[in-house]
Design a binder for this molecule. Structure first.
Ligand code: ADP
Length: 572
């Protein structure tokens, strides 16, 4: 009964197995031919070992069924030959005079079955063959699967290796970026930052040179700002600048994307070998490209990895460059402001001094007869001129301290006369408020390093504050004692004290704890800031301890002369 067409078409078609039967006895061969007549097998017969081996070479059979004793050579030789050609070939041995020993030998050498003749049940022979053919198919499938698995494993290993390398590279790049950011961040100035950026770019990209161009804010032109590994081109500054779109760097500005080339040709403002490989990455902020970093001269040219790393580096560097530019801009504005304040204060001081002099002369009753009313007005005018002068002097000192141009002559001196001098300056105020002022120090106070004029100014300021904030007839102590390499001066009052929350504000510009218009005592709020600047310029410290209701202790330190001299000697 034939199968329906659709069913047979759907079944997988297994080609018949190639079976080689080696048998020298024709009768037995016929019996086998008949027993194995089955569409599952494609039979070939050989009558001796030689023709069997030839057949194996030509047809590579799936299964060999061979008699052991053959004319000439043995069936074992046939088996060995078959298995040397195909290690998975199934071999069934037959023998008429079996011994246990040759059965064991045959199986040890790889035979899969050992059959004795005459056959006990020849009808089972096809099934025996089919069983071993099935085993062989499974082994072949297994081998194919193993091979496939090995291939897949190899691909996986390759991927893993690639991934590992990429992770290592990325980790290395991140670590480098982090380290470099820390290094570049140590100096806020633009020039040292740019130098470091070009240096790192050369190292990391394996380049022979690097340069940075930055955009000029007003003209919009780009100009060389830092370079290493190439000479600057001679000639007019102007010719070294370029605009958006001009040349390879101008293209980077337009596209806001890196450019990698085999040749530099020319770079604005630099003398570079034309044939050197080039890589340029933009500095971007928001939408705009405000400059670029170029590296050149890597033997063999720059890679995509170099480009990726340098782009990352440039995006990090752009933030740092922007910070430096802002910092320098702020510094220059600050300088302008200080210069302006210095000039204006100086210009006000001169006429003010002459106004004060004129008022003093007018109040002198040796030259002018003033009635009471006039006398009072002149006293007010004089007091105000004096206050204005103090204010102007404070502002002038402050702006000089800010621009580090307050002149100082620091010398080895005794401290006591300087303190006494400050007390002398404030004699009138002390008498007016009937303050009991005490000086406390030991005879052997060591010499210190100071500018007498400026330290007098500091003590005068601290002492005048102490007087201003002390009650009438209050007591103030000025103490000095030697400590660790310094002399510490304390001005102790028993006045109203300062609230803890106000203490941090004291040494900041224009800070008055009571800044209301009803303030009892006058002042600019600059005295403590100036004192701090002066003390710090001496290498000392200044501070305050205070408690509301019990008074304040303002203190500062100055370096002991001996100690500084000893340090110098040990360094020399
Ligand atoms: P000013 O010229 O206004 O005195 P200072 O910088 O010398 O400026 O002082 C700032 C502020 O610190 C003062 O206005 C005052 O509020 C507070 N202050 C300074 N010294 C004392 C003190 N001994 N006792 C209480 N408050 C003080």
């Amino acid at each position: 009964m034939s199968e329906p067409a659709h069913l047979s078409a759907a079944m997988p078609v297994t080609p018949p197995a190639r079976v080689l039967v080696v048998e020298d006895d024709e009768t037995v061969a016929d019996v086998l031919r008949e027993a194995l007549a089955d569409p599952r097998f494609e039979l070939v017969f050989a009558i001796d070992a030689e023709s069997a081996m030839r057949s194996i070479d030509e047809r590579s059979p799936d299964l060999v069924l061979t008699d052991i004793s053959l004319p000439g050579r043995s069936g074992l030789d046939v088996m060995r030959h078959a298995r040397s050609r195909d290690p998975e070939a199934a071999v069934i041995l037959m023998t008429g005079y079996a011994t246990t020993q040759n059965a064991i030998d045959a199986l040890r050498e790889g035979a899969c079955e050992f059959i004795t003749k005459p056959f006990e049940d020849i009808a089972t022979l096809p099934d025996i063959l089919e069983k071993h053919l099935g085993n062989r198919r499974l082994r072949l499938q297994n081998t194919a699967l193993m091979l496939e698995l090995q291939e897949k494993n190899a691909v996986l290993e390759r991927h893993e290796q690639e991934l590992r390398e990429r992770v290592e590279l990325a980790t290395h790049q991140m670590a480098t970026l982090y380290r470099v950011a820390m290094e570049i961040g140590t100096d806020l100035g633009l020039a040292p930052r740019l130098d470091r950026i070009t240096e790192v770019a050369i190292q990391q990209a394996g380049a022979s040179g690097a340069a940075v161009w930055l955009q000029h804010e007003e003209s919009g032109e780009y100009a060389l700002a830092a370079h290493q590994g190439a000479e600057a081109a001679e000639g007019e500054e102007e010719s070294h600048r370029f605009l958006e779109g001009a040349g390879v760097l101008g293209m980077v500005v337009v596209d806001r994307a890196p450019v990698r080339r085999e040749r530099c040709d020319t770079l604005p403002g630099l003398v570079v070998p034309a044939e050197a490989a080039l890589l340029v990455v933009p500095f971007i902020q928001g939408e705009a490209c405000f400059g670029m970093l170029a590296v050149w001269g890597k033997p063999g040219g720059f890679t995509a990895d170099d480009q990726e790393f340098l782009s990352l580096f440039a995006s990090q560097a752009s933030v740092q460059i922007r910070n430096s530019q802002l910092y320098e801009h702020t510094k220059s504005l600050d300088r302008l402001k200080s210069d302006f304040v210095a000039v204006v204060s100086h210009e006000i001081r001169t006429p003010l001094t002459s106004v004060k002099g004129a008022v003093e002369l007018l109040s002198d009753d040796r030259y002018f007869q003033n009635n009471d009313q006039q006398g009072k007005l002149l006293t007010i005018a004089h007091a105000n001129a004096e206050r204005l002068l103090l204010l102007i002097n404070d502002i002038l000192d402050f702006s000089k301290l800010e621009s580090a141009s307050l002149p100082m002559t620091i010398e080895r001196q005794r401290l006591e006369p300087v303190i006494l001098q400050a007390g002398q300056h404030l004699r009138t105020l002390i008498e007016e408020r009937r303050i009991k002022l005490e000086f406390e120090w030991s005879e052997d106070l060591p010499d210190v390093l100071l500018d007498a004029h400026r330290i007098t100014q500091v003590v005068t300021n601290l002492l005048s504050n102490a007087i201003k904030f002390s009650p009438i007839e209050g007591g103030i102590q000025v103490r000095a004692r030697a400590g660790e390499g310094v002399v510490r001066v304390e001005i102790v009052d028993h006045g109203e004290g300062i609230a803890a929350r106000d203490l941090p504000k004291l040494f900041r510009k224009f800070q008055q704890v009571d800044s209301s218009s009803t303030r009892k005592v006058g002042g600019t709020g600059l005295g403590l800031v100036i004192s701090k600047g002066i003390v710090e310029q001496h290498g000392g410290l200044i501070g305050v301890e205070s408690e509301v209701g019990s008074g304040s202790t303002f203190w500062f330190t100055l370096p002991i002369a001996e100690r500084v001299a000893a340090e110098h000697a040990s360094r020399a």
